[in-house]
Design a protein around this ligand. Sequence first.
Ligand SMILES: [Zn+2]
Length: 541
Amino acid sequence: MFNQSQKTAVFLLIFAFLGSAFPPAFRAQNQVYKTALTDELKLDLLIKGGLVIDGTYRKPVKTDIGIRGDRIVFIGNSAKSKMLAARTLDAAGMIVAPGFIDPHTHTLEDLSNPKLNSNENYLMQGVTTVITGNDGGGPVQVAQTLAKWEQQRIGTNAALLVGHNTVRRQIMAMSDSAPTIEQLAEMKNLVGQAMTEGAFGFSTGLYYAPGSFAKTEEVIELAKKAAEKGGIYDSHLRDESSYTIGLLGSIRETIRIGREAKIPVNISHIKALGRDVWGQSPAVIKLIKQARAKGIRVTADQYPYTASGTGITAALVPRWAEAGGNTALLERIRDQQVRPRLLAEMETNLKRRGGAESILITGSRNRELVGKTLGALALQQKKSAIETALDIVSSGGASIASFNMNESDIENFMKLNFVMTGSDGSSGHPRKYGTFPRKLRQYVFEKKLITLPFAIRAASALTAESFRIPERGRIKVGYFADVIVFDPKTVADRATYEQPEKFSTGMKYVIVNGKISIDEGKYTKVLAGRALRKLNSNQQK
Ligand SMILES: [Zn+2]
C-alpha cells in the first residue's frame, strides 16, 4: 500500500505525536524521534576531555564521547565536529572507560527485592552489568525472573545463568544417586527451556550439595543443552583445594566438560584454597594454557582478596553428611555412631582452611556470633573449635569469610589475559562493595602488577566476549552507552571485613544505557538497567 519513504513519513508523524503526548523521559529513549526531528548533531550527553580507555589493549586517548539515546554515537574531537549536547560532563583529569561487567554475583535476590534492586553497591564500583545465577544457584524460571526485573526495574543491567543445583534439586531433591535416564532427560529439558527463555549459560557448583553428587558425565550432558544455544559453562569447581579430586583434578574436569560438551568454560573465582595447594597456580595455568592451545575456550574470573566467602556448613561439613538434605544432616549430627567420623573429617577440613582463627563469622541469625572468629567463639564457649562449629551448623549455619589464599597465587592468576575481574559479592564480605576499585587501587596504581588498560579490559570487554554479551563492554560507536568516568587519584575500596558495606570511592559518573546513574559521585535513583536476554545461537557472532 505504501512505499518505503511513505512508510517512514507515517512513522515520523506517529513519533511526533507520541513525542508531544509523552513525558520527556520517554522521548529521550526514542532514537528515531530524536534523529528525525532534532538537529542531527545534537547529543544527549557529551563526555568531554577525559582519557579514554576503550576495553581493548589500545593506548589511552584523550578524546570526547557523545551519547544519544542508549548508544554511543560519537568518539572524537567534539569542538572540531561542532557537537552540541543537552548536557556536557567535564571529564578533564578523569579516566573514561566501558562500564564494568561482573561475571559472578549473588544479586538474584537483591535485584528481585524492590528495596535493593538499584545494585547501588555495584554502581559505586563502576559496574553497569552483572551476571547472576552462578555456583549452580541460578533459577530455572528465567523468563519469569527477567520479566519481574523489567516490571519493577533494576539499577544495572543483569543477565542470568541457569543453575545445575536448582535443576537437580527440582528433579531429584537432595539425592546423592545418579539420575535415571528419565530424570536426566527431565533435567536436560529444564536447562534447554531456561536457555530458550534467555539464559546466557549453565552454571554449576560442584563443590556444593547436591551438585557434588553429580558425576562429570551428568554435567557434560546438561552442558550440551547450553552449548546448543551458544551458552557458556560457568563452574565453581568441585574442589579448589584438597578435599576430594583436588584443585588440579577439578581444572582437568572443567576442561573435559568444555571439550566433550563443546562449550566455552569459565572457572569461577579461580584460587588455590588452603596451604595444601598453595603454589599450585603455575600448574593450574599450564593446564589451562594447554587446553586453550587446543582450541578449548577456557577463561576464569577472580576477586582480589585473600579470604573467600561461603557458609560454615559448606566449608567444614563433608558432603556425604548432607545427602538427603538438612533433616538428614541434623540426624547424622545427633547420631552417636556417625558423629565421631563427622568430627574427624571436619577437623581435617578446618586444618585445610588454616584453622579456627582463619574463619570469621560474617552473618548469622545469632547476631552475637558475627564479627568473631571461630577460634574466639570456641574460647568463649570453652569447647573445641569443631564442637563450636557443629553447634552453629545445627542451629541454622552461618556465613563466613575464610582466609585461605596466598598473595602470589592471586597475582599469578591476575596477570593472565583470560582472567576477568568478578566480585562473587555476598553479604558480609567486603568484595560485594569493593572488588573493582580495589583491584585498580592495589594492583594497578600501588603494586603496578598490571596496567590500567589491562585491568579495564579484564573488567569489561573480556567479560562481554567470554559471556557473549553483544554490544557492551567497549567504548565503540554503536555500542550501548554503558560508560564510567572515574578519578584515578581517588578510586578505591572502603569496605573491610569489619565494615563490609562501605561504598567505594572515585566514580564520578556512571552511565547505564545512556542514563546517568551516578552523578558527581552520587546515586541518582535512576533505574536504567535492563534484563538481558540471550539471542538465539544462530544470531551469535
Ligand atoms: Zn562460588
